[in-house]
Ligand binder design. Structure first.
Ligand code: NAP
Length: 252
């Protein structure tokens, strides 16, 4: 995937593509949704806070980009039925999905495992791992209906190594990276769906502030500065790339 970080996408890279973005109300998800719309996609903005999603919707409308849609769903409480209903709605309204970006995640304050409540553990695993699996699974028929489809899971350094005091978050991201490999192995030979992991690296967002309260956000990159690999993995220039982990720090 050499060059994905300096990728210079054509303006119409995602023209007529329908792309679902989770965690679209803030941070990297929001920046990606706007970038995808800017490159021609109809973006489906999924999140749990209507106000935040409407704000992104308005920004996209203000820029006269393809009309997006808002999908309200709390990934902490969503069950099989919720994902099934969402998939049915998407089939009725759009017929297919050309891409899914999993950006939603719950951040966690640093805490030793010894003091981590089981409810917190469950919630972090549910939002950061299980929801991505369930949403992808229920969207597979929609992804199969596209000429080529791209599923991108967001991972981080913790998903590759071990980060003390970020126990459940670390375990969830390890799970995400395994999930990418599993979906890739199970889908690559039988479908035109590619599945990859993207590690954006440190970035000034609310999740980051929760996990690293002592860090100066002014020293971090802004989400909008990191969009090249998000566009590369979602567009047709990454056709044939699957089961990979794109790490922004390795490619500079
Ligand atoms: N920032 C970094 O330094 C960094 C580095 C590596 C990887 N990442 C990854 O990048 C992705 C995006 O995170 P971010 O940094 O952009 O943080 P962010 O701005 O906090 O974005 C996370 C999004 O997930 C949503 N979310 C959380 N719980 C949810 C739930 N129960 N249901 C639906 N949506 C929910 C949040 O919605 P609310 O606003 O309603 O909470 C928010 O929009 C995450 O997967 C994160 O692990 C971030």
């Amino acid at each position: 995937m050499s060059g994905a970080l300096n990728y210079d996408p054509p303006g119409d890279l995602l023209r007529e593509k329908i792309i679902l973005v989770t965690g679209a109300g803030s941070g990297l998800g929001r920046a990606a949704a706007v970038a995808y719309a800017h490159h021609g996609a109809t973006v489906l903005l999924l999140g749990r806070r209507e106000e935040a999603l409407n704000d992104v919707y308005d920004e996209i409308e203000r820029r006269r980009l393809p009309q997006p849609a808002v999908l309200l769903l709390d990934l902490a409480t969503a069950n099989d039925n919720s994902f099934q209903e969402l998939a049915v709605t998407l089939r009725q309204e759009f017929g297919r999905l050309d891409g899914v970006l999993h950006s939603a995640a719950l951040g966690a304050q640093p805490l030793p495992l010894e003091h981590l409540a089981m409810e917190t553990w469950d919630r972090l695993l549910r939002v950061n791992l299980t929801a991505g699996y369930a949403l992808t699974r229920h969207c597979l028929p929609l992804l199969r209906a596209a000429a080529h489809a791209s599923v991108v899971f967001t991972t981080c350094a913790a998903g590759h190594g071990v980060r003390a005091y970020q126990g459940a978050y670390t375990i969830a991201k390890h799970g995400v990276e395994n999930l990418v490999t599993l979906f890739h192995q199970e889908l690559a030979s039988t479908s035109r769906i590619r599945v990859n992991a993207l590690d954006p690296g440190p970035c000034a967002t609310s999740l980051r502030r929760v996990a690293f309260p002592a860090e100066d956000p002014a020293k971090l990159r802004q989400p909008a500065q990191l969009m090249a690999p998000y566009l590369y993995l979602m567009g047709d220039d990454s056709l044939g790339v699957s089961g990979q982990r794109l790490d922004t720090r390795q490619e500079t």
